[in-house]
Design a protein around this ligand. Structure first.
Ligand SMILES: Cc1ncc(COP(=O)(O)O)c(C=O)c1O
Ligand SMILES: N[C@@H](CCCC[NH3+])C(=O)O
Length: 429
C-alpha cells in the first residue's frame, strides 16, 4: 500500500485527507503513517529471515514516544546513542534486552544506567571506552556485553557528513586497532565480547558497500573467535537509502541478497540498526503558505515550516519533494520526475519565516501557482526531521500526528510559548 497518495487531486495519509489533518491540528504538522512503520519493519524481518534478525530501530531518526511504542509493540528492538534515548525507549515500553547502545562519547553515568537497565550490547568505539565500561561493570559486579565497532574502510558513496565507515572516521576503530583491542578485552573481567558491529554510513543507495562490509565482518568474526571470543551477534548497523527524489533507492531485498549468503557462514544472528529506511518515507511535513512574493526574477513561497522544523535542506542540501496538498487543475496530481520540467509549474524558492538566508526547504523548485492559505506537503520528512528541530527564532516546534487507517492520534502537541521557557531561570535583578 502506498501510505501517502493522491486521490484525484488531494493528498491522503492512509485513509485521511491531509487537508483535514492540517485544519484539525494546525501547521506546520508532521504526519506519520503507522502502517508505513510497521510494513517496513516486516519487510526487513522477512528479507533477512535466514539470519534470525533483530531489527534495532535507530531512535535518532525519529524518537517520538508514540512511534517507539508502536515499534516496541511490533517486536522491534532499538539502537540508542545517549542516556536520553534509552530513557525514551524505556518510557515507551521498549525492551532494554533488545537495545544496543552506540556513541563515541558515552559517559560513566550513561554506561552505568545502561548496565543497570540490562542493554543487549554496548557498541564500543574506542580503546578508552573499553576501559571505562570495564571499570563501571566491575564496580557494579557484572560483565558488560560488548561489540567492537569496526570501520571496514569501505566508501559508502554518500554525503560526506553522513559517511562513517572510512578508516579516518571519528566513529569506531580501524581493523588493526580493533584486533589489538580485542586481545586486550580478554584480560578485562568486566567485559564479555559477544558481538561485532559495523555501520558504514547513511542514505546508501548501492548494495556494493554492504557486500564489502559483510565480507569484512565475516572475516573478523572468524578472527575474534580464533582469539577465544564467543561472537553470537553480527550487527551491520543501518544506512539503507530511501527515495528522496524518486527512484534512487534499492529494495531492501537487494541488500539482503548480497549480505545474507556471506553472513550466514558466520552462524551469527544479525542485528541491524535501520533508522531512515523505516521512518523516512513514513512521514511528511505539512505547511501552509503565509505569503508569496517576487524579488528580482525570483519567486518565493513563504510558508510556515522553516529550517527550525526541517534542517536537512540547509544542512546537507537535502532534497525533499514538495507538492501541494490539493493540486490545482493544469498540473499533474503527482509528477513522475520532480527534476524534469513539469507542466503547469514555475520555479519557486520555498522558504520559511526564519531570519537566515539558509532558511529554505527548496530552491528553484517547480511548483504550481500557490496562494496565501494553500497547503504544501514536504515529503520524506519522517527521519531526521522532528528530531533535529529546534526553537531557533523562538518558534514552537510542530505537532506530530500518527495516522492508522482513518484514525489520527496526536502524539505530540505543538509547543506553546510557555513550553519554550523550559527550565530557563529568571535572573534575580
Ligand atoms: C551507529 C549507527 N547506527 C544506525 C544509524 C542509522 O542510520 P540510518 O538512519 O541511515 O539507517 C546511524 C546513523 O547513521 C548510526 O550512526
Ligand atoms: N541527520 C542525517 C543523518 C545522520 C546519520 C546519523 N548517524 C540526515 O538527516 O541525513
Amino acid at each position: 500500500m502506498d501510505h501517502f497518495h493522491y486521490r484525484d487531486r488531494d493528498l491522503y495519509c492512509e485513509d485521511l485527507p491531509a487537508a483535514e489533518l492540517a485544519d484539525r491540528f494546525g501547521t506546520p504538522l508532521y504526519v506519520y503513517s503507522a502502517s508505513a512503520f510497521v510494513d517496513r519493519l516486516a519487510e526487513l524481518h522477512s528479507a533477512f529471515a535466514a539470519l534470525d534478525p533483530l531489527v534495532c530501530y535507530s531512535v535518532k531518526a525519529n524518537s517520538n514516544l508514540g512511534l517507539l511504542k508502536l515499534m516496541a509493540g511490533h517486536g522491534s528492538g532499538f539502537d540508542v546513542v545517549s542516556g536520553g534515548e534509552l530513557y525514551r525507549v524505556r518510557k515507551a515500553g521498549g525492551a532494554p534486552s533488545k537495545t544496543v547502545f552506540a556513541g563515541v562519547g558515552k559517559t560513566d553515568e550513561e554506561i552505568r544506567e545502561a548496565l543497570r537497565a540490562g542493554v543487549m550490547l554496548f557498541n564500543v568505539e574506542s580503546e578508552a571506552e573499553l576501559e571505562a565500561i570495564d571499570a563501571v561493570a566491575r564496580a557494579e559486579g557484572v560483565k558488560a556485553p560488548i561489540a567492537l565497532r569496526v570501520n571496514p574502510d569501505v566508501d559508502p558513496k554518500t554525503h560526506r557528513y553522513i559517511s562513517t565507515g572510512k578508516k579516518e572516521s571519528k566513529f569506531g576503530m580501524d581493523v588493526d586497532r580493533a584486533l589489538l583491542a580485542a586481545e586486550s578485552v580478554l584480560g578485562m573481567r568486566g567485559l564479555a565480547m559477544t558481538g561485532l558491529h559495523m555501520h558504514i554510513g547513511s542514505q546508501i543507495t548501492s548494495t556494493e558497500p554492504y557486500a564489502h562490509a559483510s565480507a569484512r565482518a565475516a572475516e573478523l568474526v572468524d578472527r575474534l573467535r580464533g582469539m577465544g571470543h564467543e561472537i553470537t551477534w553480527c550487527n551491520m548497523g543501518g544506512g539503507f537509502g530511501i527515495d528522496y527524489r524518486g527512484g534512487e533507492s534499492r529494495p531492501i531485498a537487494e541488500f539482503a541478497e548480497v549480505m545474507v549468503p556471506v553472513l550466514r557462514e558466520t552462524g551469527c544472528r544479525l542485528a541491524m540498526e535501520p533508522g531512515r529506511s523505516i521512518a523516512g518515507n513514513a512521514g511528511v511535513l505539512l505547511s501552509r503558505v503565509i505569503f508569496t512574493k517576487q524579488s528580482g526574477d525570483k519567486r518565493f513561497v513563504i510558508q510556515d515550516a522553516a529550517m527550525n522544523d526541517l534542517i536537512r535542506p540547509a544542512l546537507y542540501e537535502g532534497f525533499h519533494r514538495i507538492w501541494p496538498v490539493r493540486v490545482p487543475e493544469g498540473s499533474p496530481s503527482w509528477p513522475d520526475d520532480f527534476e524534469a520540467p513539469i507542466p503547469g509549474t514555475e520555479p519557486r524558492d520555498v522558504v520559511g519565516p526564519v531570519c537566515e538566508s539558509g532558511d529554505f526547504l527548496a530552491k528553484d523548485r517547480a511548483l504550481p501557482p500557490t496562494a496565501r492559505g494553500d497547503l504544501l506537503a514536504v515529503f520524506s520528512a519522517g527521519a531526521y526531521g522532528m528530531v533535529m528541530a529546534s526553537n531557533y527564532n523562538t518558534r514552537p516546534r510542530a505537532a506530530e500526528v500518527l495516522v492508522q487507517g482513518s484514525e489520527a492520534t496526536l502524539v505530540r502537541r505543538r509547543e506553546t510559548y510557555d513550553d519554550l521557557l523550559g527550565p530557563e531561570l529568571d535572573v534575580p535583578s
